[in-house]
Ligand binder design. Structure first.
Ligand code: MG
Length: 455
């Protein structure tokens, strides 16, 4: 277990390659540790469409039953559908078998509490301690758990999303939507949501397939060229694409231009804040300064957290914020549930478009100030990470922010963030400025600083 450094959870749950880095016994032991952590009650289990999903989910269920928990098996569902259903069904918690947007060979386990939200970091450590100490509860023949099928997860979720938007207003917009499901888990939920809102729908890669033969499980501007082309050729109002487990959504406008999650997140935030002036929005230190301008318009507050959906979700709950977003296309609408949800975000984007009464490209340019971003990464030996971060900090003329990594403002509207990866021996460099050239220069400069210090 030395390779794990006594950690199981990464930024977003436990991730591994079944049959290569870990076998199914690992999933049984982890299931037992999670069951021991929950202590009593019924746990809801679901999986995305990965090839190893069925086997892994069976192993996790066995572990939960062995620890004495009862299990409701939700089957193949998007992650946000499972998380929403926990809350709606009053379960003790949920375990989702998913590796989100990772390549096809990966899988993993994500644990949510009774509110449907990913458990706090300290609770992840409690599960890790049970696992490494081998202090799992082992039920006997009388107390071992029982499993049942739960077929209502997707339906419950779809109803939940639809109840949060003005369906009549959206239907009146007579929108045409192209949806690239990427062979992922939203295939079983999102199309019905959009059709129920009176939109004309065209789907791409809509058959769930864990080998992800379409465009792969991660939606990015590079992998969404077919979506852009389809939007233009049918004259659609917008395009939307999801990641493998359906919690992230990327949009393209009527011209087929794919927006970064910052831009779509800021646009939806503008719409949500218009209806809830003075509210609070949560985002990480890595996303665009455009949100501060959007928030200011509505007398709203922006809170910045470490990178990671768990950080966002927990802050949203603690500070009673209404909305949160990440630059990778993850958006959280708290009145629905404080987790990232691609289906909910799609419904909100449609309501936003209906409310603004203009094309998506126009709505974006009116509501969200334009900044330019650049990204890079530098390989750094783990032992050198602190030296690199100190070297970066020395470059700050004024103060460096240390919420997550080191963030330095280099001008009124330009910043650079250098942040060690939680999972790989690299540091990631993000920048934002008023021109593309300036953003790229910042990234280049700090990549050089990182390389020199890692020497
Ligand atoms: Mg995901």
């Amino acid at each position: 277990m030395a390779a794990l450094e006594q950690r199981l959870f990464g930024t977003n749950g436990v991730r591994f390659v079944p049959g290569v880095s870990h076998d199914l016994d690992f999933a049984i032991d982890l299931g037992e540790a999670i069951g021991t952590y929950f202590g009593d009650g019924e746990v809801l289990v679901g999986r995305d469409g990965r090839l190893s999903g069925q086997a892994l989910s069976n192993a996790v269920v066995s572990g939960l039953l062995s620890s004495g928990r009862d299990v409701a098996e939700g089957g193949l569902v998007p992650t946000p559908a499972l998380q929403y259903s926990v809350k709606a069904m009053g379960s003790k918690g949920a375990v989702m078998v998913t590796a989100s947007h990772n390549p096809a060979q990966y899988n993993g386990v994500k644990v949510s509490g009774p509110d449907g939200v990913e458990i706090p970091r300290l609770d992840e450590q409690r599960i890790e301690k049970i696992y490494f100490d081998k202090s799992q509860t082992k039920a006997d023949w009388k107390t071992i758990g029982v499993a049942r099928q739960e077929t209502s997860v997707v339906r419950t979720y779809q109803k939940g999303v639809l109840s949060r938007v003005d369906a009549k207003a959206i239907a009146a917009g007579k929108f045409t939507v192209v949806m690239d499901l990427g062979n992922g888990a939203q295939s079983v939920a999102a199309p019905h949501i959009v059709e129920s809102l009176g939109c004309k729908l065209i789907t791409l890669n809509s058959i769930v397939d864990g080998s992800f033969p379409g465009r792969g499980p991660e939606p990015t501007p590079d992998t969404l060229k077919d979506l852009s082309a389809a939007v233009k050729s049918v004259g659609a109002d917008l395009g939307v694409a999801y990641d493998g487990d359906g919690d992230r959504s990327m949009f393209c406008d009527e011209n087929g231009r794919v927006m970064w999650g910052d831009q779509s997140g800021c646009l939806v935030a503008d719409f949500v804040l218009e209806k809830n002036p003075g509210g609070t929005v949560v985002t990480s230190v890595a996303s665009s300064q455009a949100i501060e301008a959007v928030a200011k318009k509505h007398g709203a507050k922006v809170l910045r957290t470490k990178v990671g959906a768990v950080e966002l979700a927990r802050t949203i709950l603690e500070r009673n914020a209404i909305f949160g977003f990440e630059e990778n296309g993850g958006c959280i609408y708290q009145p629905h549930i404080a987790v990232r949800d691609g289906g909910m975000t799609t419904a909100l984007m449609l309501e936003c478009l209906a409310g603004k009464g203009m094309s998506l490209s126009k709505a974006l340019s009116f509501a969200v100030p334009k900044y330019f971003q650049a990204k890079s990464k530098v390989e750094v030996n783990r032992k050198k990470v602190e030296a690199v971060m100190r070297a970066v900090e020395r470059e700050a003329k004024g103060e460096a922010e240390r919420v997550d990594g080191v963030k330095i403002w280099t001008g009124e509207h330009s910043w650079v963030l250098v942040r060690p990866s939680g999972t790989e021996p690299i540091v990631r460099i993000f920048s934002e400025a008023e021109t593309q050239e300036a953003a790229e220069q910042l990234v280049k400069k700090f990549a050089r600083v990182a390389r020199l210090a890692s020497g």
